[in-house]
Design a binder for this molecule. Structure first.
Ligand SMILES: O=P(O)(O)OC[C@H]1O[C@H](OP(=O)(O)OP(=O)(O)O)[C@H](O)[C@@H]1O
Length: 198
């Protein structure tokens, strides 16, 4: 489907600019490297990137961690539950397995957004099931509206309003991941406007 069709009657409003995201990732990296479990972990921290949405966030976060001297190993797992829609199907599908050695490791799961919590719950069970010593979670956006408050990330960048957001890795129907900022689609007058320079 062409962007023009997806965008019909809508414009993208900026929620967080590229500069705001960058500054927040530095704060998150500071918080991660001082966390007791990570500081005391034996061997490299195993960073598990949950594809596809988290790849852009993870690329920036791991380099921020590296600049602070943290020893890390990067691995990937692919999980999917939204498809082309804006609501969770309720069913998390394992599209691709992790490949790293997991038993006994301290694992930091990285995802772009936490909404219902199904994806991170699935991932946490997956890594604990493979013998991880600790599993921690880091998300750029925490969309907590309507979610059980017991479900919380260990590290979060921004609270996300109850809107379907796109950009900086996040898609709507597999598009818009490449936007350098985070935005949301607003029904509006402009047919094809990207109002943001973020
Ligand atoms: O907390 P939840 O309600 O589970 O939602 C969060 C998940 O939804 C998105 O993944 P999606 O299924 O869209 O796959 P993608 O990463 O390939 O875009 C996002 O990247 C998170 O992994």
């Amino acid at each position: 489907m062409a962007d023009e069709d997806l965008m019909a009657g809508k414009t993208i409003k900026t929620l967080y600019s590229a500069a705001e995201i960058s500054a927040r990732i530095d704060d998150m990296a500071d918080a991660i490297i001082t966390h007791a479990i990570i500081t005391e972990a034996k061997g490299a921290l195993l960073v598990e990137v949950i594809m596809n949405g988290a790849v852009i966030f993870a690329a920036d976060l791991v380099r921020a961690l590296s600049r602070r001297g943290l020893d890390i190993e990067i691995d990937f797992i692919a999980l999917s539950s939204y498809g082309e829609g804006t609501e969770s199907s309720g069913n998390v599908v394992l599209e691709a397995d992790a490949r790293g050695a997991i038993a006994g490791r301290t694992v930091l799961l990285i995802d772009d957004i936490l909404e219902t919590g199904r994806t991170l719950n699935y991932a946490r069970s997956y890594f604990l099931g493979k013998g991880a010593a600790h599993v921690m979670t880091g998300v750029l956006l925490d969309k907590s509206a309507g979610r059980d408050p017991v479900i919380r990330p260990d590290f979060a960048g921004f609270e996300c309003p109850d809107l379907f957001v796109i950009g900086y890795g996040m898609d709507y129907a597999y598009r818009f991941r490449e936007l350098p900022y985070i935005g949301y689609m607003e029904q509006g007058a402009a047919a094809d406007g990207k109002d943001s320079t973020g």
